[in-house]
Ligand binder design. Sequence first.
Ligand SMILES: Cc1cc2nc3c(=O)[nH]c(=O)nc-3n(C[C@H](O)[C@H](O)[C@H](O)COP(=O)(O)OP(=O)(O)OC[C@H]3O[C@@H](n4cnc5c(N)ncnc54)[C@H](O)[C@@H]3O)c2cc1C
Length: 410
Amino acid sequence: MAHYEFDLLVAGAGPAGCTLALHLAAKGFRIGIIEKDIFPRQKICGDALSGKVLNVMKRIPGGVYEDFIANVEKIPSWGIRFIAPNHREIDVPFILHRTGEQPPPGYVCNRDDFDNFMFGKLSDYPNVQVFQGERVDKVVTHTDHVFARTQNHEFRGKIIAGADGVHSTVRKFLKGERVDKKHFCIGIRGYYENVTGLHPENYIELIFLKRLLPGYFWIFPSTGGRVNAGLGIMQDRISNRRENLSHLLDDIIANDPLVAPRFAHARLIGKPGAHVLPLGTYKFNRSGNRFILLGDAGFLVDPFSGEGIGNAMASGEIAAGILEKNFSENDFSASALATFDARLQRRFSQEFRTMSALQRLAGSEKLFNLVVGKARKNKEIAELLSAMFTSEKERNKLSQPGFYMRLLFK
Ligand SMILES: Cc1cc2nc3c(=O)[nH]c(=O)nc-3n(C[C@H](O)[C@H](O)[C@H](O)COP(=O)(O)OP(=O)(O)OC[C@H]3O[C@@H](n4cnc5c(N)ncnc54)[C@H](O)[C@@H]3O)c2cc1C
């Protein structure tokens, strides 16, 4: 069995792993990135790229953002349409006061293409070696190195980044704890042609159906005249009801009074695919002796919207920011890497509190109907909803208990 040695081992070449690797590759570190699939690989996702993704991408060295804007197929999206359980809807633009040449605030981009683009960028760096089609199946930390193994190779590194998704092997070996079902959502999506009633500016649609709350059904306009449509539901709800996910999707598309007419002439392309989302409601240490956990491996998905790409990339960027110091001091102890947790905490704790509050709100049909009803009539609330997606300061108001009381009397 061949042996390799690197400064940094990265398990998983999704958005989190690639963001970390690209930042540190530009600084000259020797990186071994180990990925179980072979790119271009399929990735089950809603395909919505928020402003957060674009902002993190702009800071990756090597003109990654500019290349993405110029060369990757995608469509711009300018806002969100919310549909409450009582079928009342509100359109919320991402940018309230648009000026002529403003770039789009978000995109919908097939994840297979997006991830393949990011993965391709690794080949710009001779100091990055990629091992595709190899699953990390064992990880052990020692006093002076970390060891990882695949079926073909053995690896030594100073540190390992677990960016290997929701079922992370790195997390299982180095943390091991079981996580309660309430911290997981499960989603299923398919691609469809000939869906009607789409917003002219490609607003992404979140349809809060009573049977899915606090989850929702989504319709995201995609490239080639298709839509990415699917649903997300809390995992404890689906197993309690023993409902089969793809039957649930088919049933909504065929019979829901709001959804079905829009799919009357739709054609499913390929097969729907399902996957699990690990929510940021689960609080734990995402670092320890010679390891850190990024993205889905570290439960960083927004508990309300299900957005995870931006947070995964942000965690890769944060890790790159702190690891340089660990390399220069050759200290990868749990206490030295605790800075990573502290930075994540600073970046995400308020946001997750807010989004958990919204998740709870969305669980109450009446309260959700009320907020959308008020927002339809009150410009200030509508503007706040818009700011939620663009301004952290405004969004944080939603986690203050008094906010909902004030809302009732507006
Ligand atoms: C149905 C659904 C819809 C979603 N919609 C959206 C959306 O519209 N917008 C959004 O922002 N987010 C969305 N998300 C969440 C988003 O997909 C994830 O949060 C995001 O992919 C996390 O990125 P990551 O790099 O942490 O993990 P991943 O993208 O999962 O990448 C992990 C990589 O690790 C590899 N890997 C796994 N195990 C091993 C191993 N043992 N050894 C080596 N490699 C391994 C995998 O093959 C994979 O390439 C959705 C998720 C689901 C399930």
